[in-house]
Design a protein around this ligand. Sequence first.
Ligand code: NAD
Ligand code: GLY
Length: 359
Amino acid sequence: MLKLNVNLDKRSYPIYIETDFSGLGKACLSARLSGKLVVITDGNVEKYYLDECSRQLSDTGFEVFRYVIPAGEKNKNLDTVRGIYGYLAGLKLDRQAALIALGGGVTGDITGFAAATYLRGISFIQVPTTLLAQADSSVGGKVGVDFEGHKNIIGSFYQPRFVYIDVNTLRTLPVRELRSGLAEVIKHGLILDGDFYEYIDYNMKKIFTFDDNVLQYLAKMNCTIKGSVVEQDEKEGGLRAILNFGHTFGHAVETVSDFALAHGECVSVGIAGACRLAQRLEMIDGNIVQKITGTLDKAGLPIKLTGFDVEKVYETMFHDKKVKGGKLNFVLPKGIGEVIQCSLDDEKLIKAVLSELLV
Ligand code: NAD
Ligand code: GLY
């Protein structure tokens, strides 16, 4: 077992990196939880892990309830949150209760949002079961939902009481979802840690064969990198925005695809776009762009897409939280392991990059 800590004064919390669920109940006791626990999961994760998680918690003495939400980004909306509120109200929960998000980033974002708003805030715990959620979304407290086609525009910052990662849950993950998570993993290396990027590139095969040591090292490095950024800038006043590397193009593509593409697939195309933009601005050489897109390709991630309209994606980029004063904010690479933030309003340049991505 590995234990890390995210240091945020009174909102500090541990991240446990484990190879099964046997420590989950003890982790709840260590967090001094004492009320009812409601495990929220989606229809896919339910069949693999809901019974085992609930059993671990009830064996520790907790009163456990379970609520299953429909899977998929299309359900990351206020209707699903309303369903959760209805269930919680029916249980007559008090403020000692806690919600446990068992699942991927969609379940984590929705459950965290419900916890942040129910009774003006009850505790929640992240038990991420996708690579994307173990690497990124379960840490840092961004919770929320999509609204009328706009990605993540309703939400809050609300930190979990702890994060419990069982890396072996990745074994049941569809390979497309494993790949999608790798986009955020590669992102972490590219923005802050060139050695970690090289490690990912070198160990790609072992990731796909679920090598325990490699998976635990990935979890440790991802949570360390993300945790340290969040510690420095919890509410994205500045530095934290570097975690949006690949997201300016990526979120727009995700929205235009009507969420047919996985989040990480869109981030991958977005990273390729940010690299091509940086190359056109003469910030990085073509051989670095090739190396990075080569790694994404090796992970089975898209670096170009067909069937997208450049004008539509360009226009959608402006419906984003990252727009300031009519300018688009980008995170661009200066090399491997180093990025800068900048705002641009060069329509011709941005559309030229989009034309390279959306062939
Ligand atoms: P997801 O939660 O939809 O999970 C992907 C699919 O895998 C789903 O069908 C799910 O049912 C299934 N699944 C999950 N775990 C499984 C397992 N162990 N075995 C079998 N199937 C399993 O998607 P995701 O990729 O985990 O997360 C994407 C979401 O995360 C997006 O909404 C994105 O906006 C959000 N996100 C949030 C943050 C944040 O900081 N809060 C950061 C990055 C991404
Ligand atoms: N995934 C971006 C963030 O957590 O800030």
